[in-house]
Design a protein. Structure first.
Length: 257
């Protein structure tokens, strides 16, 4: 499931300010950005090109700044902090509306740590002299084109809309909805002339959360399609497959027998 959301209530100024801040960051001299560089994926604030550079079989054409931003007082401040607070409010509202549409109680995701973790992931894709030989991001769940989604076996470009948010449902939500909602395969391709910078906010369950089809969506006519699992176990498998260049539908690892 992927939608583009407009009229979302977050001001253009806040969106413009955070865009300016992240672009300024990537324009800093290399020696100033170097202090944020780390190959440790557990760092709360980390600049890298990959999840694990020395282990990955495929290297991607990007710089990635990842920063935990919830709880706010522990992680983030000023412009990006204001932005992350507003986007979190919007994200939780969307989760409530989706749950109501599924027939779940509207605050279903407020319990069991299902919306506990919030991460800001900022990707910067420099121009590539030969985009056919580079990929900004692999299949995974701004104003410069580059985002593509997989539909009927073909990669289709998602045209950017200024001030619109692209909303994506991931594998965990697919499991909780017992297959009623489908995750989307997406990737990013590079550009030969201009750089592309995107700001993503990801809402995750806590690592010890148990993920399984919601009980209210399971009955004799609708048996569970997925096994119950701990979020950390799924994340470890997901990251391992990315590092090893595997692009299969990872949720199938948790299909019921």
């Amino acid at each position: 499931m992927k939608i583009r959301l407009i009229n979302h209530g977050i001001s253009e100024k806040i969106m413009h300010d955070v865009s300016e801040v992240v672009n300024e960051f990537f324009q800093l001299p290399a020696n100033e950005k170097e202090r944020f560089c780390s190959n440790d994926p557990k760092q709360s604030c980390r600049l890298s090109t990959s999840i694990d550079y020395f282990q990955e079989k495929i290297q991607y054409w990007r710089d990635n700044l990842r920063h935990q931003c919830h709880p706010l007082e522990e992680h983030f401040q000023e412009v990006a902090g204001t932005y992350s607070v507003e986007v979190r409010k919007l994200s939780l509202l969307l989760l409530d509306l989706i749950c109501e549409g599924l027939g779940l109680e509207s605050r279903y995701f407020n319990g069991n740590g299902l919306s506990q973790v919030q991460l800001m992931s900022i990707n910067h894709y420099p121009p590539s002299s030969d985009p056919s030989l580079t990929l900004g991001l692999p299949k995974h769940t701004g104003e410069v084109p580059g985002l593509q989604v997989l539909e009927d076996g073909k990669w289709l470009a998602v045209d950017p809309l200024p001030t619109a948010f692209v909303i994506t449902i991931g594998y965990v939500f697919q499991v909780i909805s017992n297959g009623k909602l489908k995750s989307v395969d997406q990737r990013v391709v590079t550009n030969s002339k201009v750089a592309r910078t995107t700001v993503g906010i990801c809402i995750f369950p806590s690592s010890d959360s148990r993920i399984e089809p919601a009980k209210d969506l399971v009955d004799k006519c609708h048996p569970p399609l997925y096994k119950s699992f701990i979020c950390k176990d799924f994340s470890d498998t997901y990251i391992s497959e990315i590092i090893n260049g595997i692009t299969t539908e990872r949720y199938k690892l948790h299909l019921s027998e």
